[in-house]
Design a protein around this ligand. Sequence first.
Ligand code: CA
Length: 220
Amino acid sequence: MFGRDGKLYMSTAGGDAQDPSTLAGKILRLNDDGTVPKDNPFVGREGYRPEIYTLGHRSPLGLAVHPTTGQIWECEDGPNGGDEVNILVPGGNYGWPLVSLGRTYQGPWHSQKFQRDGFIDPVVYWTPAIAVSGLAFYTGDKLPKWKGDVFVGGLRYGEVIGTGQIQRILFNEKMEELRREALLTDWRHRMRDIREGPDGLLYVLVDDDDGAVLRIEPAS
Ligand SMILES: [Ca+2]
Protein backbone atom coordinates (compact mmCIF):
# COMPACT_ATOMS: atom_id res chain seq x y z
CA MET A 1 0.00 0.00 0.00
CA PHE A 2 1.27 3.50 -0.83
CA GLY A 3 1.28 6.18 1.86
CA ARG A 4 0.68 9.88 1.34
CA ASP A 5 4.45 10.27 1.21
CA GLY A 6 4.50 8.18 -1.98
CA LYS A 7 6.35 5.35 -0.23
CA LEU A 8 5.34 1.70 -0.46
CA TYR A 9 4.40 0.09 2.86
CA MET A 10 4.28 -3.68 3.06
CA SER A 11 3.76 -6.15 5.87
CA THR A 12 5.55 -9.41 6.59
CA ALA A 13 4.87 -12.26 9.00
CA GLY A 14 6.73 -15.27 10.40
CA GLY A 15 10.25 -15.52 11.80
CA ASP A 16 11.47 -13.46 14.75
CA ALA A 17 9.52 -10.20 14.75
CA GLN A 18 11.95 -8.77 17.34
CA ASP A 19 15.11 -9.52 15.34
CA PRO A 20 16.00 -6.27 13.52
CA SER A 21 18.44 -8.07 11.20
CA THR A 22 15.55 -9.90 9.47
CA LEU A 23 12.56 -8.69 7.49
CA ALA A 24 10.01 -11.03 9.14
CA GLY A 25 7.23 -9.69 11.37
CA LYS A 26 7.84 -6.14 10.22
CA ILE A 27 6.27 -3.31 8.29
CA LEU A 28 8.69 -2.27 5.53
CA ARG A 29 8.92 1.09 3.77
CA LEU A 30 10.34 1.33 0.26
CA ASN A 31 10.60 3.73 -2.65
CA ASP A 32 8.51 2.84 -5.69
CA ASP A 33 11.63 1.51 -7.44
CA GLY A 34 12.34 -0.90 -4.56
CA THR A 35 15.22 1.07 -3.03
CA VAL A 36 15.33 2.10 0.62
CA PRO A 37 14.29 5.68 1.49
CA LYS A 38 17.11 7.60 3.13
CA ASP A 39 14.79 8.80 5.90
CA ASN A 40 13.75 5.33 7.08
CA PRO A 41 14.07 5.08 10.89
CA PHE A 42 16.89 2.52 11.03
CA VAL A 43 19.03 3.60 8.07
CA GLY A 44 22.68 3.40 9.10
CA ARG A 45 22.05 1.60 12.38
CA GLU A 46 24.20 -1.47 12.79
CA GLY A 47 22.30 -4.76 13.02
CA TYR A 48 19.09 -3.31 11.56
CA ARG A 49 17.70 -3.89 8.10
CA PRO A 50 17.16 -0.41 6.66
CA GLU A 51 13.85 -1.42 5.03
CA ILE A 52 12.18 -1.68 8.47
CA TYR A 53 9.56 0.93 9.35
CA THR A 54 8.12 -0.83 12.43
CA LEU A 55 8.75 -4.17 14.11
CA GLY A 56 7.15 -6.66 16.51
CA HIS A 57 4.17 -7.71 14.36
CA ARG A 58 2.70 -11.19 14.38
CA SER A 59 0.45 -11.55 11.36
CA PRO A 60 -0.45 -8.21 9.78
CA LEU A 61 -3.36 -8.34 7.33
CA GLY A 62 -4.66 -4.79 6.99
CA LEU A 63 -2.93 -1.49 6.20
CA ALA A 64 -4.73 1.81 5.62
CA VAL A 65 -3.92 5.52 5.60
CA HIS A 66 -5.87 7.59 8.13
CA PRO A 67 -7.87 10.14 6.11
CA THR A 68 -6.96 13.20 8.21
CA THR A 69 -3.66 12.43 9.97
CA GLY A 70 -2.08 10.49 7.10
CA GLN A 71 -0.67 7.99 9.61
CA ILE A 72 -0.51 4.32 8.63
CA TRP A 73 -2.88 2.08 10.59
CA GLU A 74 -2.33 -1.66 10.70
CA CYS A 75 -4.30 -4.64 11.97
CA GLU A 76 -2.92 -8.06 12.81
CA ASP A 77 -4.06 -11.39 14.14
CA GLY A 78 -2.98 -12.52 17.59
CA PRO A 79 -2.68 -16.17 18.56
CA ASN A 80 -5.78 -17.46 20.42
CA GLY A 81 -7.00 -13.90 21.03
CA GLY A 82 -5.06 -10.66 21.02
CA ASP A 83 -5.99 -9.36 17.58
CA GLU A 84 -4.88 -5.74 17.30
CA VAL A 85 -5.28 -2.44 15.48
CA ASN A 86 -2.10 -0.34 15.72
CA ILE A 87 -1.20 3.20 14.70
CA LEU A 88 2.29 3.05 13.25
CA VAL A 89 5.05 5.45 14.22
CA PRO A 90 8.46 5.22 12.53
CA GLY A 91 10.75 2.84 14.37
CA GLY A 92 7.99 1.67 16.71
CA ASN A 93 8.07 -1.78 18.30
CA TYR A 94 4.61 -3.36 18.61
CA GLY A 95 5.66 -6.14 20.93
CA TRP A 96 5.16 -9.55 19.35
CA PRO A 97 6.07 -12.10 20.73
CA LEU A 98 7.12 -10.46 24.02
CA VAL A 99 3.82 -8.66 24.62
CA SER A 100 0.44 -10.03 23.60
CA LEU A 101 -3.13 -10.06 24.80
CA GLY A 102 -3.67 -13.51 23.33
CA ARG A 103 -3.59 -17.00 24.76
CA THR A 104 -1.70 -19.91 23.33
CA TYR A 105 -3.85 -22.57 21.68
CA GLN A 106 -3.38 -24.77 24.77
CA GLY A 107 -5.06 -22.10 26.92
CA PRO A 108 -2.35 -20.24 28.92
CA TRP A 109 -1.69 -16.56 28.21
CA HIS A 110 0.93 -16.11 25.52
CA SER A 111 2.99 -13.52 27.42
CA GLN A 112 3.38 -12.82 31.12
CA LYS A 113 2.74 -9.11 30.68
CA PHE A 114 0.20 -7.27 28.55
CA GLN A 115 2.23 -4.06 28.55
CA ARG A 116 5.93 -3.29 28.79
CA ASP A 117 8.05 -0.17 28.53
CA GLY A 118 9.41 0.34 25.05
CA PHE A 119 6.53 -1.39 23.28
CA ILE A 120 3.56 0.39 21.73
CA ASP A 121 0.09 -0.79 22.75
CA PRO A 122 -2.68 -1.40 20.24
CA VAL A 123 -5.53 1.13 19.97
CA VAL A 124 -8.04 -1.72 19.60
CA TYR A 125 -7.71 -5.33 20.65
CA TRP A 126 -9.95 -8.40 20.58
CA THR A 127 -9.91 -11.28 23.06
CA PRO A 128 -11.41 -13.62 22.05
CA ALA A 129 -10.19 -12.99 18.54
CA ILE A 130 -12.33 -12.09 15.52
CA ALA A 131 -9.46 -13.15 13.22
CA VAL A 132 -9.23 -9.56 12.03
CA SER A 133 -8.58 -9.24 8.28
CA GLY A 134 -8.91 -6.13 6.10
CA LEU A 135 -8.93 -2.55 7.40
CA ALA A 136 -10.56 0.57 5.93
CA PHE A 137 -11.56 4.10 6.86
CA TYR A 138 -14.92 5.22 5.56
CA THR A 139 -14.64 8.70 4.06
CA GLY A 140 -17.66 8.80 1.73
CA ASP A 141 -20.94 10.72 1.86
CA LYS A 142 -23.39 7.93 1.01
CA LEU A 143 -23.40 6.50 4.55
CA PRO A 144 -23.05 9.76 6.51
CA LYS A 145 -23.33 8.31 10.03
CA TRP A 146 -20.34 6.09 9.29
CA LYS A 147 -18.09 8.84 7.96
CA GLY A 148 -14.67 8.77 9.64
CA ASP A 149 -15.25 5.36 11.22
CA VAL A 150 -12.89 2.40 11.01
CA PHE A 151 -14.09 -0.88 9.52
CA VAL A 152 -12.41 -4.25 9.82
CA GLY A 153 -13.29 -7.71 8.56
CA GLY A 154 -13.47 -10.72 10.86
CA LEU A 155 -13.02 -14.33 9.74
CA ARG A 156 -14.60 -15.79 12.90
CA TYR A 157 -15.31 -15.03 16.54
CA GLY A 158 -14.11 -16.88 19.64
CA GLU A 159 -12.30 -19.48 17.53
CA VAL A 160 -15.70 -20.79 16.43
CA ILE A 161 -15.68 -22.07 12.87
CA GLY A 162 -18.61 -20.82 10.78
CA THR A 163 -18.80 -17.33 12.25
CA GLY A 164 -17.66 -14.00 10.85
CA GLN A 165 -18.50 -10.35 10.76
CA ILE A 166 -17.62 -6.78 9.94
CA GLN A 167 -16.83 -4.46 12.82
CA ARG A 168 -17.32 -0.71 12.84
CA ILE A 169 -15.21 1.20 15.36
CA LEU A 170 -15.58 4.85 16.39
CA PHE A 171 -12.72 6.94 17.74
CA ASN A 172 -12.44 10.37 19.33
CA GLU A 173 -9.98 13.01 18.04
CA LYS A 174 -7.24 11.57 20.25
CA MET A 175 -7.67 8.21 18.49
CA GLU A 176 -9.15 6.63 21.58
CA GLU A 177 -11.82 4.01 20.99
CA LEU A 178 -15.39 5.09 21.84
CA ARG A 179 -17.62 2.30 20.54
CA ARG A 180 -17.60 -0.73 18.33
CA GLU A 181 -20.40 -2.49 16.56
CA ALA A 182 -20.51 -5.96 14.97
CA LEU A 183 -22.28 -6.08 11.59
CA LEU A 184 -23.38 -8.93 9.30
CA THR A 185 -22.95 -11.50 12.11
CA ASP A 186 -26.19 -13.34 11.21
CA TRP A 187 -24.67 -14.13 7.86
CA ARG A 188 -21.99 -16.37 9.42
CA HIS A 189 -19.39 -15.97 6.72
CA ARG A 190 -15.67 -15.23 6.79
CA MET A 191 -15.18 -11.54 5.93
CA ARG A 192 -11.78 -11.27 4.26
CA ASP A 193 -11.53 -7.60 3.34
CA ILE A 194 -13.44 -4.33 3.28
CA ARG A 195 -12.82 -1.26 1.12
CA GLU A 196 -14.55 1.94 0.17
CA GLY A 197 -15.34 2.13 -3.53
CA PRO A 198 -15.00 5.25 -5.67
CA ASP A 199 -18.82 5.47 -5.49
CA GLY A 200 -18.69 6.10 -1.73
CA LEU A 201 -20.14 2.70 -0.82
CA LEU A 202 -18.48 -0.07 1.14
CA TYR A 203 -17.47 -3.37 -0.47
CA VAL A 204 -16.90 -6.55 1.54
CA LEU A 205 -15.03 -9.61 0.28
CA VAL A 206 -16.52 -12.89 1.57
CA ASP A 207 -14.03 -15.77 1.77
CA ASP A 208 -15.99 -19.02 1.54
CA ASP A 209 -16.81 -21.73 -0.97
CA ASP A 210 -19.81 -19.63 -1.99
CA GLY A 211 -17.74 -16.44 -1.74
CA ALA A 212 -18.99 -13.09 -2.94
CA VAL A 213 -18.33 -9.38 -2.99
CA LEU A 214 -21.02 -7.51 -1.04
CA ARG A 215 -21.93 -3.87 -1.54
CA ILE A 216 -23.29 -2.03 1.49
CA GLU A 217 -25.78 0.67 0.49
CA PRO A 218 -28.04 3.02 2.49
CA ALA A 219 -31.34 1.35 3.43
CA SER A 220 -33.38 4.13 1.82
CA1 CA B 1 1.21 -5.84 19.71
